[in-house]
Design a protein around this ligand. Sequence first.
Ligand SMILES: [Zn+2]
Length: 283
Amino acid sequence: MAKYKMLRDTVLGFPNLDLVEAPSASDSEILLAHDPSYLQAVINGSLSEAQQKEIGFPWSAKMVERSRRSAGATIAACKAALVDGIAANLAGGTHHAYRHKGSGFCVFNDAAIAARVLLKDPMAKAKNLSKIAILDLDVHQGDGTASILQHDPAVGEKNYPFAKEASDLDIALPDGTTDPAYLQALDQALSYLSEQEIDFLIYLAGADPYYEDRLGRLQISQEGMAARDRAVLEFASKKGIAVALAMAGGYANPIKKTVLIHAQTIRLATEHQHTIASSLLKR
Ligand SMILES: [Zn+2]
């Protein structure tokens, strides 16, 4: 998608930002959240017409590589955040991918994979990391993530707003919701999260609650989106927990407006890096 290249070009010059190439997620990493038969079908290109249709784009070798790297980037962001306090995947947030199938432009579920990889990571273990929360603020529900993680006590998922699959906390917002109600609901979600004794946060910072979004149906201003990100980042620094971000959805026309929102998230993340990193040491 064009927005990822545009986002990379936009953040390239940001101070306090190190850009690294996304590694590929390995088979064994992907299998922590997906069925072997599904992974095989993706690798071999033997996805049925119906399966490709549900994903939303046709199979190609490039699609496999892109999906591996998208999951790999969230894994890398999680590991980097353990050291630096905060790190981001400039794509990812493919939360509609289920254990056994892709859906809604999502092939592999990067957040579910990364959470499980992190729980096995030696450095994470050395830091006694045992409970991860996925805070999904994309406007669409992370139905795939909720389904994959539904019986996993080590990874909680917060969805906002909700639809089909029950996560640990789903908050529904009516169409047309504006900044005050949106930020109040977020406050409620963060209070809930505050009680869960989490050690690490994976934040899906979807840009689609933005009022210019074609698929979002909410009416959040650019300032409201910034206030949202700040609230999450301040929560993390107050709690002394590291944050890995993924960009998730965003479909404004022109797409440049979405890129602006994603870039704003990245800029705010860089601005909070130092305080979050210092707060980790005090934990
Ligand atoms: Zn979305």
